[in-house]
Unconditional design. Structure first.
Length: 233
């Protein structure tokens, strides 16, 4: 490589945090709202009730996703902080043992023992806690838990996803609602699965098929249950 030439690489691991929350939120927004609307519509509810149910589901679901994601990711962040605090204490109390531990990790990865010792010493001098966090604990800034970011991403993506079937319910009524809602929701979900797979580096058609299958099953079950209750009532 010529001197001064920069080799640019594009990796997808830095997208894991927000991508997971966004895809999960949007997928859940479409599936849960569409299933809710289909169940209520199959129970012979009037159009106003169907729409109101969808609005309530959107608001409640977005808040639930935000709270759940925040608590979940915050728990992960607490574990990471506890591990770092413990590692910081061990570095202060037993630096030589920690140095040997770091060198052993590099030997396990294929370095010569002498070279592993040299690398461990230099990394420890540069940033001891960072070296142990990365190579012993498997923690990095790229994969760092960010509770607030995850909560907002989940809530926003859920609301965006839920707005799609809700929009269909606003535009279509009567006997056309159930087939229109089913078809459009599956289309939205397949597109979302394909997009998520493409962004993540996987094959789009695999992601689309996987999401569409499980979503169709969920919507079919709620429609059957709604039809059963509508018949009884």
């Amino acid at each position: 490589m010529p001197p001064g030439h920069r080799h640019d690489e594009r990796h997808r691991s830095d997208r894991i945090g927000w991508l997971r929350a966004a895809v999960l939120g949007a997928n859940d927004g479409i599936v849960s709202t569409a299933s809710l609307l289909l169940g209520v519509a199959a129970a012979n509810a009037d159009h106003g009730t169907v729409v109101l149910t969808g609005v309530a589901g959107l608001v409640a679901g977005a808040m639930s996703m935000a709270a759940g994601e925040y608590v979940s990711v915050h728990s992960q962040a607490d574990v990471e902080k506890a591990d770092l605090s413990r590692e910081r204490l061990e570095l202060a109390n037993a630096p030589d043992a920690e140095l040997l531990e770091l060198a052993a990790i590099y030997v396990g990865r294929g370095l010569d023992p002498a070279l592993a010792q040299q690398v461990a010493r230099q990394l420890t001098q540069h940033d001891a806690l960072g070296a142990h966090a990365r190579d012993e604990l498997g923690l990095s800034e790229v994969l760092e838990a960010r509770p607030i970011q995850a909560a907002f991403a989940s809530a926003a993506s859920f609301a965006a996803g839920a707005a799609l079937p809700l929009g269909v319910a606003l535009l279509v009524s009567g006997e056309r609602l159930i087939p229109a809602l089913s078809a459009t929701s599956l289309l939205f979900l397949a597109m979302l699965g394909a997009l998520a797979a493409r962004v993540g580096g996987a094959r789009p058609w695999v992601g689309a098929g996987r999401v569409a299958f499980w979503s169709a099953l969920a919507m079919a079950l709620t429609t059957v249950i709604g039809r059963a209750f509508g018949t009884v009532l």
